[in-house]
Write a protein that binds this ligand. Sequence first.
Ligand code: ARG
Length: 575
Amino acid sequence: MTDPQTVLTERVQQALAGAFGPEYANADPLIRPSQFADFQANVAMSLGKRLRRPPREVAEEIANRLADFPGTVEVSGPGFLNITLDSDWIAAQASQTFEDERIGVPTVTPPQTVVIDYSAPNAAKEMHVGHLRTTIVGDALARLNEHLGNTVIRQNHLGDWGTPFGMLIEHLLDIGEDSAVAQLEAGMGTEFYQAARVKFDGDESFKIRSRQRVTTLQGGDPETMRLWHVFMDATIRYFNKVYAMLGVTLTDDDIAGESMYNPMLDKTCDDLEAMGVAVHSDGALCVFPPGFTGSDDKPLPLIIRKSDGGYGYASTDMAAIRYRTDDLKADRILYVVGADQALHFRMVFAAARLAGWLPETSSAEHVQIGMMLGKDGKRFKTRSGESVKLTDLLDEAIERASAAIDDRGYDEETKHEIAHAVGMGAVKYADLSISHDSEYVFDFDRMLGFTGNTGPYMQYAQARIRSIFRKGGYDPRAVRGPIRIGEPAERSLALHLLGFGTVVEQATMLNEPHRLAAYLFETASLFSTFFEECPVVKEGVDPDVRASRLALCALTLRVLETGLSLLGVATPERM
Ligand code: ARG
């Protein structure tokens, strides 16, 4: 590991243990970037209090033990340790990172099995903009985990089962299979659902047919199952269209919809009941995980079988969590789902712990997705109040991107490719550059902007470095270094590039891709300053200095390319 913050943490911990005893060997030295030096360590402040000694004195003692350190350590103010690294050390580490195929990103040992539940649109309704966000964030988490060497199992928990399918199949029969398929493939699931609903509410014989159809569906009647497949296959073709536009890694193999758990639900409930984890309450079968109470202070039930014998969302999630730990052998299960389902997941996780279906060694984590808002601050909708069809929304992003890159004289095909990359990059990066649980306003103008922390800005930053190489007639892969440090801008950039591995690791472990986005944004701006202040390809630059600067350009490019691809954002050659 060459990341200075990690190296410093270890060194200061050694100093702490040496000065104050082995119990401090794992204390957090509180190392942060500093305005006055490269880093500052704030540990002496809290430690002083604990040891009842002046923090300044504690700081001096730590500083004295950091003698053979590749830099200088100064005590300042009430007891801060200001740490400045030797430029030679930074240069050597940067050169080493440059030689490293993984540019400092570690591989986890042993690898973990990480199940990621994301996207999960509902077949009986339109895939909405909230599903877009869980799809994008989940996909980034899948890519990040795979890059660290974990085994990732994607699970697209489609809403593809339940009582509405009775009326949906009857409506499909009424309008004919072909026209139903055409509608569903075109993403008109909402209209289809609404038309069925109107009949269900207004037409008694349709209602009766629909209810019977639910029974034959649950009974596994072959013809009904065939119709269900016709419905689902067409719907999935539409979902796949959205995934393909976005460049999301989900495939049909990752589909593990609610229907998959249907055959397991009886046993799930029976086992929970036999263990005494589930009990009968008002005719329903419920788990009352400790610590959950309603507004009336009564214990809150997780209903796993309704009083009419039917199963619901919670039943399926109980079966799913058992399957994921028992059969898929998950070490971690990530549920990338809307924040409004927080209570549901806390209860499912608690119930699974009670049942022993989520062992101590495994974790279940709800990666909460914040609501997408319209410019009016309310849930995102079109002007007519309808929810927005995703393919239309994505098409609009591509069109707008196309207008923004209009005047560069590319041929039609190239232009379309770039517009696609920029449009989808803008939409995806907007989701990934802010924390996944914050609500945010869906605003094309902002996300397609070429300034600020946006997809197009980041894509432009990497395309610009490629053009530096292209125009100078250099191949970024043939550049050799070593990296040396002269100017302050070279130093800041090189130091920052050393932190890539740590940020990738943290973004993965904490399920926070926006940390990586923020790091990449900082990379791009440090690169801009470097490129303004340090001539690279200009005539008259000393050959060694040029070689070093070209290596810094190449390393920056690799960091941006790798980082963006881990976020699932395309890196077009030109823009
Ligand atoms: N289909 C659900 C929805 O649209 C999300 C499913 C999330 N996954 C789960 N295991 N419950 O709200």
